[in-house]
Design a protein around this ligand. Sequence first.
Ligand SMILES: [Zn+2]
Length: 209
Amino acid sequence: MWYRADMKTIVQDGDPVLRALASEVTEDMFNTPELNHVVADMVEALDVELDGVAIAAPQIGVSLRIFVVRYDRLYPAPPSGPLPADIGVYINPVFVRASRRREEMDEGCLSVRGIYGKTYRNQRATVRARTVDGGTFERGGGGVLAQVFQHEIDHLDGVLFIDHAIDMYEIRRGARDGQEEKVAIEPNESDMEIESDDQAEVNSNKSHE
Ligand SMILES: [Zn+2]
């Protein structure tokens, strides 16, 4: 059966697969139904997460160096409605360039549900990767796309954004009134050297990767 109808659940923080160093996709795996299955499962899992902009294979429990981006979700949908799905598949991605300049970004993760924080990400980054049929391509991006590249390649190396984020907080939904509540999370000692005067703002356009 080439198509699996079961909905892929997204692995949550605490599962060892998120902390493993994912394996390279080997030459014999390109152009196979198996590799296409993994990518299709990732696309499917991401599709139903309406605030998700990207997903890495370990997030569906597959320890391979693959991530998928929804370019159409990098920015809030225009007033005319959501854009059609525009999907990028990156296999064995590596950075070929990154800007020295870094910027503070708001960040969340489909595998660390409800937790948000600020990270410092290179403003621009260029990634070289393979396609499912084994081709090679490069794509550069700035801002949110550069952030996505860094967040996803971190996943392939067993790193989560909460390992280095600052100003972290949790969004909890009140049991009685259903109102969202923002609860600050005490920073790790390793975050103490970074100073920030900014208060994290709750906004309605949270993206998850
Ligand atoms: Zn993530």
